[in-house]
Design a protein around this ligand. Sequence first.
Ligand code: GDP
Ligand code: MG
Length: 481
Amino acid sequence: LTSGLETAWNKLKGEEGLTKENIVEPMRDIRRALLEADVSLPVVRRFVQSVSEQAVGTGLIRGVKPDQQLVKEHVNPMHWLAYLVCACDYAIVSDELVKLMGGEVSELVFAKSAPTVILLAGLQGVGKTTVSAKLALYLKKQVCYQEFHTPPSLIPSSYSPALALGKSCMLIAGDVYRPAAIDQLVILGKQVDVPVYAAGTDVKPAEIARQGLQEAKRKNVDVVIMDTAGRLQIDKVMMDELKDVKRVLNPTEVLLVVDAMTGQEAAALVTTFNLEIGITGAIMTKLDGDSRGGAALSVKEVSGKPIKLVGRGERMEDLEPFYPDRMAGRILGMGDVLSFVEKAQEVMKQEDAEDLQKKIMSAKFDFNDLLKQTRAVAQMGSMSRVIGMIPGMGKVTPAQIREAEKSVKIMESMIEVMTPEEREKPELLAESPARRKRIAQESGKTEQQVSQLVAQLFQMRVRMKNLMGVMEGGSLPSLSN
Ligand code: GDP
Ligand code: MG
């Protein structure tokens, strides 16, 4: 658990500030992480270059204020260290990722005069038909959600749009290649209580689009959503068909539905669709799966078009706006850094922090402090949550977490049976095997475990003092120049 951090720390420890040279290795780690997260290679290249320039140029880390915050972040020495090491590069990286993905939430655009037409396109099986119905439900509930602050999942599908002030929708079944595809949309339409316009499988999609649009105007619906047929691969017939449909519908939004599992292929896919038919944005589906969603990065970068919505499950309610910052966190596997900082500050009172800082400087960090820290961590929620919040530690396995929780408990039980004097002066324990033996007996642990704990405390003293020394020196390695 700690070895990876230690390595990262060691890489930057002696450094005065970020330079072109010393940033090479950390950037290599980041590059590897991005590639593993399915980001396409050209995007990674551009990205790494941009981050490197920024890191070297500014020397200042946006998002975290090192001088004010880092001193307080010693909830647990190891976590503190983790935070220090990782906040340095990941804050920049995360900022860049968010920018790459468009910075902010991109809202759907509505036509000035109804109906707004939304055309969905994408390969087979990516979730177009599912998204059609999800989107209708989403729009039906949208205003209701905004005005009454009710989570969409709590609003029943049968809720009348007129009452809910949401948008009334109509679906058009444009996948004429399989009768089952039309049935699927009809069934989903019933589920979300939205009318579906369907014609026979012998009618051309463009003609269905024309009829459907007419019907929608007659019914005075606010939004028409057209589902289309996909292919396994991009092919000319599909593209021509989409072009015809687009010409008939003159849609406000052309949304490319992309499966999050597509991986690096996503870049080529988005480029082709955008060149061929012209898209206004994308919807990324199946984000509830294993994929880390790196494909999301490529979309905006290669097409200039934002991801507007994401699908996170098979239920009709599982569609939500795309938040670039959350996606950046997911891609980096870094958890939520800022909420970690906030939580840490809540738990750790200011005086405690200053008191502790003095102790660290004079190498007097003792068992009381250690116990306080461990309890503070416990207060912050389960160990696993805390670890999840530490940047760069997203890949800790459940087994490792259980192991860590267990060792914290063991440590606590040993400290609890120490006398006040022993807690303040760990030297007493270092010098006396008899005391260690007593503690082992009273806590039900082995003498070896007690010796280990004592040794750990001294190691921590050294490590923390060194760290503080670096900070006292006026600059943190890689945090400022
Ligand atoms: P289409 O061929 O593009 O119309 O794809 P469908 O809408 O028929 O979806 C294909 C499969 O993916 C179906 O089994 C859906 O239930 C499933 N699916 C769609 N969106 C999601 C999602 O966000 N999460 C999960 N887990 N499954 C999804
Ligand atoms: Mg379909």
